[in-house]
Design a protein around this ligand. Sequence first.
Ligand code: SF4
Length: 349
Amino acid sequence: MEKINLFGLTLSQLQTLCQEQGFPKFTAKQMADWLYAKRVLTIDEMTNLSLKVRSQLNDIAYIGRHFPIDCQTSKDGTKKYLFRVTDADEAPQHVPHQYVESVFIPDGDRGTLCISCQRGCKMGCKFCVTGQQGFHGSLSAGEILNQIFSIPEFDLLTNIVYMGMGEPMDNYDNVLHSTQVLTEPWGLAWSPRRLTVSSVGITPMLRRFIEESECHVAVSLHNPYPSERQQIMPMEKTYPITGVVSMLHDFDWSGQRRISFEYTMFKGVNDDLGHAAELVRLLRGLHCRVNLIRFHESDAVDLHTSARPTMEKFRDYLNNHDITCTIRASRGEDIMAACGLLAGTADQQ
Ligand code: SF4
């Protein structure tokens, strides 16, 4: 029988496991404490569980914690970690697509980690290196969380963004469970405002996520004109951005919880004031912010970076029309860690 990975299980999943195994009821809470608050690596370290329970657990389960196998550091201090996914343990080292990347971005007293939720991605966004790779599997909740728990900067983390490889709404349950481990009292008990989950806008799943979690949400927008957006984001055909925005109007964003839109700027494609005006029309009445992202050119993608003054004009236009807009600082470009550049390859080893 295949062993169960305890790491990443929610309290209710641990309770079910304990019930099935005939363990005392309180064991599940103790296990969650060892796994998440105390961050142990082995079942034997769970010393307030009886020897009998630990031995039984060792027979059927393990703690799937894996340290990164590589780390590259940018000249700006950004670090890109490479993880081998646990379900690929038996695969030979050279097999591609067995890896995911996470990016640690230090910024004064803030430490942000951008994590991946899939190996590759099905969404096929034309500007994204991950999208060019196709889809090779979803990560379990434990594999998603392992990227957070297993880096040396764990204690420095203030924010987690689900903006690495993959589409979070295409791996719904595992992403939701991972946010629960981070925010529930039996887990790390972090404020959900420390987490931002991004999506291209898979409308029904995004609606569900907004209803079931308290995390911030970011939608990848990149073009307000449906026909143009479809050319760079094939999912526009199935889930039009107008429908995503109309769904978002059903929720109240005027409090602490934030909805933001990511807008990567491509030279001559989506960066003129006509696009800015259409964006204002599209987002009218929604309490939101727009983050402009400098496009990072790569050989894999035939699109180019907008000039800085063009981006500033676009930003000023939005700010002058009541939409809070900032140009996101670009980090880690020299190590292919910037937005849209994560490839999850082991070439650098
Ligand atoms: Fe997938 Fe995000 Fe890349 Fe689009 S931008 S292909 S959703 S990883």
